[in-house]
Design a protein around this ligand. Structure first.
Ligand SMILES: [Zn+2]
Length: 112
């Protein structure tokens, strides 16, 4: 991942989690909707990893306030009290035919 600034505290970060404030940052702009991606999630005490293809993304923003300021130029400021983003994935088997790989986290902690 490219180096960027934490959207929460502004600190420079180079991973998906800010080492200063702990904010997790997912950059979906790197995702190609035509190519499968791998996703890891924490589910029922395990890490599970699967290959997935994004089917669709839906952004639903309900703006409820428009303010116009006219000085030298006109700016439109939109504030919204509600916004939903939904990304649907189809889970695909990997090249070995495996649909999901899982790892028990408690074993990892004992061995580590
Ligand atoms: Zn931060």
């Amino acid at each position: 991942m490219e180096r960027h600034n934490c959207p929460n505290c502004g600190a420079p970060i180079s991973s998906t989690q800010c080492p200063y404030c702990g904010t997790v940052f997912y950059d979906f702009t790197v995702m190609d909707f035509d190519k499968p991606t791998y996703i890891q999630i924490h589910h029922n005490g395990q890490y599970i990893v699967f290959r997935a293809l994004a089917r669709s993304m839906n952004v639903n923003m309900r703006p409820d306030e428009y303010d116009y300021y006219a000085d030298n130029s006109v700016y439109e400021q939109i504030s919204s009290r509600a916004m939903d983003v939904t990304i649907d994935f189809s889970v695909l088997p990997d090249d070995e035919g495996v649909l999901v790989k899982r790892k028990d986290i408690s074993n990892e902690i004992r061995e580590g």
